[in-house]
Design a protein around this ligand. Structure first.
Ligand code: KIV
Length: 259
């Protein structure tokens, strides 16, 4: 089992689709590691695991705890640490925090949300050997409307310029979230690094979906999600059956008892 490298990810542009998902725990990390090139310890954990209203409430300490576990059990994939809100407000803060999280978690790279406005930060980090994955389009840490992006000419131009700025600043890949198909296609053609789409069409170089969405553990499923299982239903059935067994004294049975 060979460790995926950033060089290999870059080489996949325009060739083979890059498979990515999120992981926050040991079990998902172990399974995702078998099938994905990239595992993101996403700040989406604030909403999907902790029931927060937005990713803005996620603290760096919480991310570190989950990232340490994921990195320990994902032996092959590239593991990316999603920098939480307000941890990269300027290049010095970003560098201090990114260096700390990489040292503590051993993650392979960090992800930052933003375009032209954070180009100087991405450049500062990459020049100092901290690999960065960009994130443009809909930015959950800063968005208020959570609407699809790129429908107007002005927005299209702005996001395209963001993509170019992020790529030119040294990011090795760019997540494009929730933009119209034609824009995703344009961006993918315009930048030299792989694009990873989430709600950004088949024209990206790779895809990412939040693991809880794949598994049917989330309460809300946007149009861009394909749900492959309904674990909520399976969990509900399991706990319901367990509770009935306890109440009817069917559990524990002789099989579960020490003599
Ligand atoms: O936090 C996250 O899971 C993400 C993905 C949606 C790309 O940023």
């Amino acid at each position: 089992m060979q460790k995926v490298t950033i060089k290999e990810i870059i080489k996949k542009k325009n060739k083979t689709p890059i498979v990515c998902t999120t992981a926050y725990s040991k079990t998902i990390a172990k399974i995702a590691d078998k099938y994905c090139e990239i595992i993101l310890v996403g700040d989406s954990l604030g909403m999907v695991l902790y029931g927060m209203e937005s990713t803005r409430d996620v603290k760096i300490q919480t991310m570190i705890l989950h990232a340490k576990t994921v990195k320990k059990f994902a032996k092959k994939s590239l593991v990316i640490f999603d920098m939480p809100y307000k941890t990269y407000t300027n290049k010095f803060t970003a560098y201090k925090n990114a260096k700390k999280v990489i040292k503590l978690t051993k993650c392979d790279a960090v992800k930052l949300e933003g375009g032209k406005n954070i180009a100087n930060i991405i450049k500062y980090l990459t020049k100092r050997k901290i690999p960065v994955m960009g994130h443009i389009g809909l930015l959950p840490q800063f968005s208020i409307d959570f609407k699809v992006k790129g429908k107007s000419f002005i927005q299209e131009e702005q996001i395209l310029n963001d993509a170019k700025a992020v790529s030119q600043s040294g990011a090795f890949a760019i997540v494009i979230e929730c933009v119209i198909e034609s824009l995703a296609k344009k961006i993918t053609k315009s930048v030299s690094v792989p694009t990873i789409g989430i709600g950004a069409s088949k024209y990206c170089d790779g895809q990412i979906i939040v693991s809880d969405d794949i598994l049917g553990l989330s309460d809300f499923s946007p149009r861009f999600v394909k749900q492959y299982s309904n674990l909520q239903k399976i969990i509900e059935r399991s706990i319901k059956n367990y509770s009935a067994d306890v109440r009817q004294r069917r559990f524990p049975s002789y099989k579960n008892v020490y003599k």
